[in-house]
Write a protein of this length. Structure first.
Length: 241
């Protein structure tokens, strides 16, 4: 007497099911993505971590144009005026070509220079470093996802868990960094010494929250597809008598 058996398909139509043999194209794509992600991580580490930490705003070790990172992105206040004593006309225009120059005018000019204190510098340097740390954590998860692709198993439960981790890192941690950056920028630019010269701006970008939401929806869709595929009975195999 024959006994019917059944096989479960993790996902419908074998779309997300790992096959015994991994296509060479998938291996090549996965390894190529891993190499690219390593390069991106190195660039982020140098430009977004080492540069602000070692530059003039940080430890002051690095000197030169590369290490000069703008501390804040500020807009000049609309009421700022530059005056001279005695009043003299000021030559304005440009851009100036090679060999051209503007002669300095004679007179007394008043300049105000502002240098952030230790707490302000720590926050101004720490926010970009914190953002870079979140970016590096996301790159690590993407590197592992690319490894799953090279192994022929890009839609496994572990890969979907990594997608959810990416969603949390981008949507929650990334958005928290964006809010912190806006608050720090407004706090620094609200310094009494800068009040007459710049206009504080506390605009917050919600791009990280939107991107994290999209990734979370994608991970949820893959989970739903996996559950539906597991609940769908596969073909019945009847052994020969």
């Amino acid at each position: 007497m024959s006994t019917p058996g059944s096989r479960r398909h993790p996902l419908p139509a074998g779309l997300l099911r790992r096959e015994d043999g991994v296509p060479p194209s998938a291996v090549l794509l996965g390894r190529s993505l891993q190499v690219l992600l390593v390069v991106v991580a190195a660039v982020v580490a140098v430009t977004e971590v080492l540069r602000p930490v070692l530059g003039p705003a940080g430890l002051g070790v690095g000197r030169g144009r590369f290490w000069s990172v703008p501390l804040v992105d500020a807009r000049l206040a609309p009421t700022v005026e530059v005056s001279t004593t005695p009043p003299l006309p000021v030559l304005a225009g440009g851009p100036y070509g090679p060999g051209e120059a503007v002669e300095p005018f004679v007179g007394e000019v008043s300049l105000q220079l502002w240098t952030p204190d230790a707490a302000q510098r720590l926050l101004l340097v720490g926010i970009p470093v914190l953002a870079a740390a979140v970016a590096l954590a996301v790159l690590v998860q993407l590197f592992r996802l690319a490894g799953s692709l090279a192994a022929g198993d890009p839609f496994s439960a572990r890969s979907r868990a990594r997608l959810r981790t990416v969603a949390l890192l981008v949507g929650v941690a990334g958005q928290a960094v964006a809010v912190a950056e806006a608050l720090v920028r407004r706090w620094v630019l609200s310094d009494d010494r800068l009040a007459a010269w710049v206009a504080p701006d506390a605009t917050v970008s919600f791009v990280p929250l939107a991107v994290g939401g999209v990734v979370a929806v994608l991970a949820h869709a893959l989970d739903v597809a996996d559950r539906r595929g597991a609940a769908t009975p596969g073909p019945v195999a009847t052994p020969a008598d």
